[in-house]
Write a protein that binds this ligand. Structure first.
Ligand code: ATP
Length: 302
């Protein structure tokens, strides 16, 4: 009798930025951020299994745009964890994608967090949460949040996290656009649009944090902001029609998710979510419309 090789699968959520306050570009090229992350119930799954050498496979929507070499964020996560423990990163990582690729929902970051947790369990390396978070921060500013989930304020480059209380469920619809937008290109457009202007220091909105705490969707809708929205719309003007289609269909608020081009619609309840999703699809302004509930837990071993 042969025993099947063990494998570990981790489920990781997408995120929406309910506030993305962006300061002026610093000499090192980075922008200071006040970033309120909310994890939403759209998930990638990362499975780690023993292999003779590091290998990445990927299935699901947009899988053809995901690199399968060592530039894949999940591969980089496995390499960093192996280095920490003096191991070889001999693992097969399979990514089952459901988070839109290059969609402003931190799909690559989710895969990195998922790979870390899956490899840690597969290799029995019992890495502490602080060590995992340190690797996450090295890999990218959205990666630590993918590990912890829920809701959090991120400052610095967005990677210094403070967990936030969420007092209820929020219902969302995400409209997936055709093709992605490059996050660096959107920041470049932000710099172009703000050149010569006084860009205020980013600050977290107390009103928005209170709306999360009380679970009040109407108050949250009024407080949503994304400083990258103008830049994303400038690069992809067609997103304006998607935002309008969602609010016409009764969404409480509509905004670009992160650097886009996914657009996010906050709605009252599950029924409104279905209605707005149907209207968005019928409007022809998006490729897919996905209802999702927040907050979602962070990376979880299944
Ligand atoms: P963010 O919201 O964090 O700015 P995003 O959701 O806009 O990110 P991703 O889906 O993370 O974008 O992909 C950005 C780019 O990263 C892709 O175009 C792809 O080339 C590269 N990439 C590297 N690893 C991955 C991965 N595991 N999944 C998806 N993209 C990856």
């Amino acid at each position: 009798m042969t025993t099947a090789a063990p494998s570990v699968t981790v489920r990781v959520p997408a995120k929406v930025n309910v506030q993305l306050a962006v300061g002026g570009v610093r000499p090192d090229g980075f922008h200071p951020l006040a970033n309120v992350f909310l994890a939403v119930g759209l998930y990638d799954e990362v499975t780690a299994a023993p292999a003779p050498e590091l290998r990445i496979t990927c299935t699901g929507p947009g899988a053809d745009q995901v690199p399968l070499d060592r530039t894949n964020l999940a591969a980089r996560a496995a390499i960093a964890l192996a280095e920490l423990h003096g191991l070889a990163p001999d693992v097969h990582l399979h990514i089952a994608k459901d988070i839109p690729v290059a969609g402003g929902m931190a799909g690559g970051s989710a895969d990195a967090a998922g790979a870390l947790l899956a490899c840690d369990a597969l290799w029995g390396t019992a890495t502490t949460t602080d060590q995992l978070l340190a690797i996450c921060a090295e890999l990218g500013s959205d990666v630590p949040f993918s590990l912890v989930g829920g809701a959090a304020l991120g400052v610095g480059r967005g990677e210094q996290l403070t967990p936030l209380a969420v007092g209820g469920e929020f219902h969302w619809v995400f409209a997936v656009a055709d093709g992605g937008l490059s996050t660096p290109a959107v920041y470049g457009e932000f710099d172009r649009l703000t050149a010569g202007l006084e860009v205020p220091e980013p600050e977290a909105s107390e009103t928005l944090i209170a709306a999360l705490r009380t679970g009040d969707a109407t108050a949250l809708a009024a407080a949503l902001t994304n400083d990258l929205q103008a830049a994303a719309l400038s690069l992809r003007p067609s997103l304006a029609a998607a935002l309008a289609a969602g609010t016409d269909a009764g969404a409480l608020a509509a905004l670009v998710s992160g650097s886009g081009p996914t657009t996010a619609y906050l709605v009252k309840d599950a029924e409104a979510a279905q209605r707005v999703a149907d209207a968005l699809l019928a409007s022809g302004t998006c490729a897919a419309a996905r209802p999702a509930v927040a907050p979602a837990p962070g990376a979880t071993v299944l």
